[in-house]
Design a protein around this ligand. Structure first.
Ligand SMILES: C[S@@+](CC[C@H](N)C(=O)[O-])C[C@H]1O[C@@H](n2cnc3c(N)ncnc32)[C@H](O)[C@@H]1O
Length: 206
């Protein structure tokens, strides 16, 4: 498929997508917000006063939602390769989360404070070649899990996008060792044909 035909397929799908229309009407920056809303509805991962990391945050739907849940005394720290329009209450770092310098900047912002939630919706540009895409997706999820292990306070929570395929079971098993309660969620707003799921890990064991 050419780049142009894949772009026009994407645009047509966006036009027909009820979550895209709903997000526009309700003032959210992305349809992805409904995935987080559903996860939070089931797993209660956000709370007032919490310190939250949003990895792979652009254009900002998850951060927007998280800010409404942690206010007035919480913090939302967002990271992405891409820039985002400023969001009230969100501290943003632009950069590649896999780079040491970016990780150091991010760690500097919390400086040992207990983090309540690390959530990652990071996804690489999908090439369509599964043997290339799957390891890239897994790598981002592993980075996020390692980061969660470094910053979460006792009983903190972790959410990551996770594509079914090679490496999936190993990452879930790893999360089970580190958290008291691990579930795999497929929110309604996650496209049915896609291998996308979310790992929700609660109650970090320090
Ligand atoms: C599906 S989008 C996130 C949507 C977001 N949750 C929202 O609600 O608007 C995935 C994001 O991951 C980001 N991303 C992918 N790899 C990354 C990396 N290595 N470091 C930082 N961000 C990354 C992409 O730039 C992209 O913006």
């Amino acid at each position: 498929m050419t780049q142009r035909s894949s772009n026009s397929r994407w645009k047509n799908r966006q036009k027909r997508d009820p979550y895209v229309r709903r997000a526009q009407t309700e003032g959210w920056r992305s349809r992805a917000v409904y995935k987080l809303e559903e996860i939070h509805g089931k797993d209660a991962i956000l709370k007032p006063g919490a310190v939250v990391f949003d990895l792979g945050a652009a254009p900002g739907g998850w951060s927007q939602y998280a800010v409404t849940m942690v206010q007035p005394h919480g913090r939302v720290i967002a990271v992405d390769l891409l820039s985002i329009e400023p969001l009230a209450g969100v501290e943003f770092i632009q950069g590649d989360f896999s780079e040491r310098a970016v990780l150091d900047r991010v760690l500097g912002l919390v400086d040992g404070a207990d983090v309540h939630l690390v959530m990652s919706d990071m996804a690489p540009n999908i090439s369509g070649n599964r043997s290339v895409d799957q390891p890239r997706c897994m790598y981002l999820a592993e980075l996020a899990l390692d980061f969660a292990g470094r910053v979460l306070g006792p009983n903190g929570h972790f959410v990551t996008k996770l594509f079914q395929g090679a490496g999936f079971e190993a990452l879930v098993a790893d999360a089970r060792k580190r958290f008291g309660d691990v579930s795999i969620r497929k929110p309604r707003a996650s496209r049915r044909g896609s291998r996308e799921t979310y790992l929700v890990a609660r109650n970090f064991r320090l």
